[in-house]
Design a protein around this ligand. Structure first.
Ligand SMILES: [Zn+2]
Length: 274
């Protein structure tokens, strides 16, 4: 477990550094590979020693080494958040890898670990883009269906885990269908970007089971609703001002992933059902 954490924290920080490139370039239709990163002020290329996640930004005082132009705090924030997200995924999924009984079991859990690390990176990148630009670009969301189906599907297939396979398919379809219904019933509320993202999140939540799926979807509307009401009450948002909903969908999904089972059990016992 310690070894996994020592590996996944630096990996998360490095992935976060790459996500900054994705967050800036993908919505603007630019290549994420070329050209190499440069300061938008003085065009000076960013040296490797100035590109260490979080640390470089702190050491440089949040400014370019060449022209002293301010570098947005979003850069170290995205890096730190991805590092933390990878640690959280490690705590949730590495024990299952270690505890697996046989080789197919280990392979299946490793594939699940990879799938949810991918989801963590997706969560950070798409939340940052949605907050900045109120968009969830197809160039990121659509490939996520392929990655999700391949990783989750092979994880379930390797272990012969039929409930996980069925859950992935049902979760994706149910979540997509629910959001599509909301978008059709109340146009202007939910966007098609949200509908497409809902299908992706449904795959991952459904893979884990019905409780994470239900809690994950409900938690998105609960947190989104509470924050929306608070924003209107604080006067910072009019009734017609749409909050970007993507970050709430991700937040809800992670509640479902990390605490879906205990929350569903607590809800059922409170409701007197079990
Ligand atoms: Zn500069």
């Amino acid at each position: 477990m310690i070894a996994a954490l020592c590996l996944l924290l630096p990996l998360g920080l490095a992935v976060g550094s790459f996500l900054n490139v994705v967050v800036y370039r993908v919505p603007r239709g630019l290549s994420v590979v070329r050209p190499a990163s440069a300061c938008p002020g003085c065009r000076r290329g960013i040296a490797a020693y100035d590109n260490v996640p979080v640390l470089s930004w702190v050491l440089l005082g949040g400014r370019c080494r060449g022209c002293r132009r301010r570098i947005s705090a979003r850069y170290p924030l995205v890096e730190a958040l991805t590092g933390v997200a990878f640690l959280v995924v490690a705590f949730r999924f590495v024990p299952e890898v270690v505890g697996a009984a046989d080789a197919p079991g280990i392979m299946s859990r490793l594939l699940a670990l990879a799938a949810f690390l991918y989801l963590a990176a997706l969560s950070v990148a798409l939340s940052a883009i949605d907050i900045e630009l109120r968009r969830l670009p197809d160039r990121i969301v659509l490939p996520a269906y392929l990655v999700g189906v391949v990783l989750l599907g092979s994880s379930g297939a390797v272990a012969g885990d039929l409930p996980a396979l069925a859950g992935t398919a049902i979760g994706g379809a149910a979540s997509f269908g629910l959001y599509l219904l909301l978008a059709v019933v109340r146009p202007g509320g939910m966007g098609m970007g949200d509908v497409k993202l809902a299908g992706v999140l449904g795959l991952f939540l459904g893979f884990l089971g019905p409780a994470p799926l239900l809690v994950g979807v409900a938690a998105a509307f609960l947190t989104g609703g509470v924050v929306g009401i608070a924003a209107v009450a604080a006067g910072s948002a009019g009734r017609r001002t749409a909050l970007p909903f993507g970050p709430f969908m991700f937040a809800g999904a992670w509640v479902g992933i990390l605490a879906g089972e205990p929350l569903a059990a607590a809800y059922l016992s409170l409701a007197g059902i079990s």
